[in-house]
Ligand binder design. Structure first.
Ligand code: HEC
Ligand code: HEC
Length: 391
């Protein structure tokens, strides 16, 4: 229980940071621009009304948009959310770029709601950009074969579109997910800024995006940090995650209740035996622990729906992979030179992770004393936020 000392220490640091953040640093500039769209959501009447009565009509989705705009500093415009402006997510087979329909590959999508048969399709894209303090990532996924996949402006239809915005200063994170089972024109996505013309825009929004509340359902997998970077995304070389560190704040934006930023309620692994991983980033107790981390350490899921269409050389269930090492193993970032070196340096870490939180089929029933968990650092710089566990 010595961990609670660490947690208290963190709260003190947050309080100090909160005080510091309230002061405008030299060089901070006033936001330029016209009147309507740049009016701070907190002083915008439509926002105030929607947030005061979030249970009525479409007020909750309006309030979410207002609070996200305030917490992130800005929201992307439809022009900024064009899938064709994104970078292609390249899937590899035997080291070669996949350009046709293939039965398996080296780095399938790990999101298991992408059916196994679609996890190696070419033509998905990701766009990353910053606005103010916030980083946005837009993912446009193909779940069906598109003959014209290589010409994104000619075929801009995607079966799944998601957007995440993250402000690493406060931890504020907002999620958007397209309405399910629809093909969307990824170059004409519906405006997510509902802070003006609120009710008309909210009706349009509701036809295109899911009402995801505060996005808590996304935390099942986005459980270590707002952004996930699996080997599926390995071709994206220029996509940094600003602010990512083991103690970076992570908070949800609530569309209801008195404060905008609330705790995620997540926990992460902080055992000493996990430090070879957690020195760089957290290992969240959701799918990162049960699936993504094992996958990164050569263990590929074998039970649907998690099973992915890996090429044989990219799997290592026997623990003796040499041919596909470097494909089967994609962590730690500074990968040891060969499989033998990996085993020597990291087998104990792997065993610890698999025991504490590995997939059910691999869990020896242990969540024993050595598995130390800590609560996710919550919002930073919001009055009263540190004590807020629920909306
Ligand atoms: C079942 C697990 C799972 C859930 C639930 C989930 N995601 Fe993801 N998401 C992933 C994985 C895994 C990736 C990384 C790419 C890959 O391997 O498929 C990802 C990537 C993303 C990305 C690209 C940026 C990044 O972090 O890499 C966005 C945007 C995104 N998800 C949005 C959402 C939203 C919005 C929700 C909630 C409505 C959500 N996701 C829920 C698994 C999930
Ligand atoms: C030297 C730093 C470093 C070490 C050590 C490290 N990682 Fe990572 N890891 C990263 C980076 C960087 C990413 C890419 C994410 C990003 O762009 O922020 C990542 C991503 C991941 C992901 C994808 C999901 C996510 O949260 O983005 C998993 C899973 C993961 N690492 C597991 C591990 C495991 C397990 C270990 C220990 C065996 C480990 N990592 C050690 C730096 C590291």
């Amino acid at each position: 229980m010595h961990r609670s000392i660490t947690i208290h220490a963190c709260s003190v640091v947050s309080l100090i940071l909160a005080a510091t953040l309230a002061i405008c640093e030299p060089g901070c500039t006033a936001r330029p621009g016209g009147v309507a769209d740049t009016a701070a959501p907190s002083t915008n009447r439509a926002c105030a009304l929607a947030c005061a009565d979030p249970d009525a009509g479409d007020n909750a989705i309006i309030c979410y948009s207002c609070r996200c705009k305030e917490a992130l500093g800005a929201l992307p415009t439809p022009e900024e959310m064009k899938c064709s402006d994104g970078e292609e997510i390249v899937v590899f087979r035997d080291g070669e770029k996949v350009t046709t329909e293939v039965p398996d590959c080296e780095n399938p999508a790990l999101l298991y709601t992408v059916p196994s048969g679609s996890a190696c399709l070419p033509g998905s894209r990701m766009k990353q950009f910053t606005k103010g303090d916030a980083t946005f990532k837009l993912i446009c996924r193909r779940k069906e074969w598109h003959p014209n996949w290589a010409r994104p402006t000619e075929d801009s239809i995607y079966e799944d579109v998601g957007l995440i915005g993250y402000n690493p200063k406060t931890g504020a994170t907002c999620f958007w997910d397209d309405a399910l089972d629809q093909a969307h024109d990824g170059d004409a996505l519906t405006n997510i800024d509902l802070t003006t013309d609120s009710h008309a825009r909210a009706r349009e929004f509701a036809g295109a995006w899911l009402p995801i509340g505060d996005g808590a359902t996304c935390l099942q997998c986005h459980d270590s940090d707002p952004f996930i970077r699996t080997s599926y995304l390995r071709s994206l070389t220029s996509f940094p995650n600003p602010g990512r560190s083991p103690d970076s704040p992570y908070a949800l934006v609530s569309p209801t209740g008195p404060v905008a930023l609330v705790d995620t309620g997540l926990s992460h692994l902080t055992s000493d035996s996990a430090s070879a991983c957690t020195g760089c980033h957290r290992i969240g107790l959701g799918e990162t622990c049960t699936n993504f981390a094992p996958d990164a350490m050569g263990f590929k899921a074998t039970i649907p729906p998690h099973v992915r269409p890996y090429q044989e050389h990219a799997t290592d269930n026997a623990g003796t992979n040499t041919a596909g090492y470097g494909v089967a193993y994609w962590m730690p970032l500074d990968l040891p030179p060969d499989h033998a070196a990996w085993q020597e340096e990291l087998l104990a870490t792997k065993n610890h992770l698999m025991r504490c939180c590995g997939p059910a089929e691999h869990d020896a029933g242990a969540h024993d004393d050595e598995c130390t968990l800590s609560p996710m650092p919550g919002p930073r710089g919001q009055a009263g936020a540190a004590a807020t566990g629920a909306p």
